[in-house]
Design a protein around this ligand. Structure first.
Ligand SMILES: [Zn+2]
Length: 358
């Protein structure tokens, strides 16, 4: 007969995250492509579809000098952040559009992001809006524009419907993942366009990776309350630094009182969180590309809000549908002067843009 008053320690406990060293969790450094205009961006392996534009920016290339050393070349800040000049950001956006589409005047539709699960249906006319729409995801069937989400640690997710030529971009940090923005967004693709999961491909871009993304217990509790697989998304991470292991007293002052000098700290894996949501939407594992990269420990390649204590730029994940009849440009031309003088759609669209969520 069961003892109803058995001590608490004997009761079945929910599974805890496994224990790992940070090196085990570090993603490989992705391979970037350098465009003729100097922009380094990440194409998506296997996504060489003739009708599709897609990729993730890095911080390399561009004309911003707000977040780099004095003698460094300019950087590709794509967000209207406090520290940067608006003209630099607009020029950087045109450089990215040119690198990805071959045309600096391809409009980039950004959003006013606020860590929600709101996903909007975008059309080419949205490029003429005086201010960006307030949302964290967007879908379009309209050709000739790039949907964008901005990040600097959060996870960007791009989705394309190969059969119907529909594209979507989602901003999925921990708040967005907890609110199931990817599941919500794919659901809207199905509702609005009849997308079938077997026709969808997805790419998960660079963000703060499990090697670095330390979080509090309350985040684990929040995920555990609504995802049965939550323990798979977290790790208890110990330092495997041999110096720290041998001389722990030297590092005592680096941790808060009451904590052991060697950890553990709880780390979240937001890439896996979003991958699980894509799988739950019915995508097959092989249709999901994880581009890799960690914004926190690969700062030469990426902007990181956490690692820079908030003083940093923004990257963009972009996806779009090539206009029918327009041949793919093999060697993008650098024609910024003419693009500048035409008061591009990007400028009009960005006229009253606010500093975005990261
Ligand atoms: Zn890292």
């Amino acid at each position: 007969m069961r003892n109803p008053r058995r001590p608490r320690s004997d009761r079945a406990r929910p599974p805890r995250p496994d224990r790992r060293a940070p090196e085990e969790l570090a993603p490989p450094r992705p391979t970037s492509r350098r465009a003729a205009n100097g922009v380094e961006w990440l194409p998506i392996p296997g996504w060489d579809l003739p009708w599709l534009w897609a990729g993730f920016s890095t911080r390399k290339g561009g004309v911003s000098r707000a977040y780099c050393a004095g003698n460094a070349p300019g950087e590709l800040n794509l967000g209207f952040t406090e520290g940067d000049h608006r003209a630099n950001v607009l020029r950087n956006r045109r450089l990215l559009a040119e690198a990805v589409t071959g045309n600096a005047r391809t409009p980039i539709l950004a959003l006013r992001q606020f860590h929600s699960n709101l996903v909007v249906d975008a059309t080419p006319s949205d490029a003429l809006r005086p201010a960006p729409r307030r949302a964290d995801g967007q879908i379009t069937a309209g050709p000739g524009l790039l949907l964008a989400v901005e990040t600097a640690d959060c996870i960007p997710v791009l989705v394309a419907d190969r059969r119907q030529r529909i594209v979507a971009a989602f901003h999925a940090g921990w708040r967005g993942a907890a609110k199931r923005i990817v599941e919500t967004g794919v659901g809207r693709m199905r509702l609005l366009y009849g997308s079938r999961p077997r026709d969808l491909i997805a790419a998960i871009g660079p963000g703060a990776s499990a090697c670095c993304y330390a979080v509090g217990e309350e985040l684990f509790s929040e995920f555990e309350s609504q995802f049965s697989y939550a323990p798979d998304l977290f790790h208890e991470v110990f330092s495997s630094d041999p110096i720290k292991t041998k001389y722990p007293m030297l590092f005592l002052t680096q941790r808060a009182p009451g904590h052991s000098p060697l950890g553990p700290s709880l780390h979240a894996d937001l890439v896996q969180a979003n991958r699980r949501q894509l799988l739950d939407c019915g995508l097959s594992p092989r249709s999901i590309q994880i581009v890799g990269g960690c914004t926190q420990c690969q700062q030469d390649l990426f902007f990181s809000h956490r690692a820079s204590h908030g003083h940093t730029g923004r990257m963009m994940a972009v996806i779009g549908i090539r206009e029918a009849g327009k041949a793919r440009s093999r060697r993008p031309e650098l024609r910024l002067d003419s693009a500048d003088s035409m008061a591009s759609l990007n400028d009009a669209f960005a006229a009253r843009f606010c500093s975005p969520a990261v």
